[in-house]
Write a protein that binds this ligand. Sequence first.
Ligand code: MLT
Length: 389
Amino acid sequence: MPEDDSLFTITEAHLDSGMRGIPVGTCRTSFVDPIKGVHYVGYPVEDLVNLEEEDVIYLLMNKRLPTEDESKTFRDELVRRGENIPTGALRVLESLTPGSGHPMDWLSIGIMALGTAETTGDTRGDAMNLIARMPELMARIFRLRNGKQERLRPRKPELGLVENFVHMMGYEGERAERVARVLRFFFILHMDHGGGNLCTFSGKAVASGWASIYSSLASAMNALSGPLHGRANQACLEFVQRIGTSDHDEIEAFVREELDNRRPIYGFGHGVLRAEDPRARLLIELGEEVCPEDANFLIVKALREVIPPILGEIPKISNPHANVDLASGSLLHSVGFRLPEYYTTFFGWARVAGICAQIMDERNSRDGRGTPIYRPKYIPRNQPPRRLA
Ligand code: MLT
């Protein structure tokens, strides 16, 4: 029995509210404490952020961290599954016009193309194949959109998922290390965020009709692509660049004018959190390590101080604090990813693991019977009984 029955009382006010706060299921991979932020299988994400990314994926899938042997076996499995991307899928990507659409469109098309080439129907196998292919898919999207049709550098089996992406992109030496440090950190922070965030929920809803992992994840990526969800990290760096100063008075004037004109303030607030997102703090701490003097990063730090008190004056804003998007773009920019339109693809890449793990859980739930097909109820409105004359 639920501890608090009121959790399950649906009132008129819940209708047409985006299902905000309405319990619809259970989640075993992560939970979001409104004050302490996201925890993966009970661990606060800050405890995990310096682990190998494969070990965190293992945690989400198996609900415990791997032993050393299990970790090696899991990494070897990913290496094996990541070999030789299907040529059919490659041709689909190569046929797109460089620079056309948004990179998230390419990500979704790329996942569908992989699914066309290699869906097996085995949920775990397909999930592992997709996770294993993501570094190459990501690198190809970057290259092909730039009009660089030449083959990527081949994957190196001894490298992990993030390092392999960095390697295939052609980064080397100290630059490669900086990029990998920031990307791995970003990757682990974005892997999962409870069951109800839009991309995860959408992916699971599609999967509940027994669509393939690839179709479900492409749907999840489409859900992530909107500016109210994953694309906020792109919008946030563009916002930071528009502000262009770390002077507190100038920022305050800018923000008040945006609010007066009913324009969004990016990087603040959250649907579930009611305090500063710990992922925002962790990214700012990483920024102090990798790019303390970077101009965008300095603006981000100033925004973190100036904006919450201003938003706090507005009674309907329940959380005026920084969220994960505030600093992530400035860090990606500082290590050389100059085009904000790519940032959501990194978010999507990371969340593939969490969503796959949640789909696996839903398919195994209820003693193996699985979660039934999603079918919430909509109340009819403005539909008086009618007949054609
Ligand atoms: C996040 O990572 O903050 C989310 O995906 C947004 C949410 O939880 O609704």
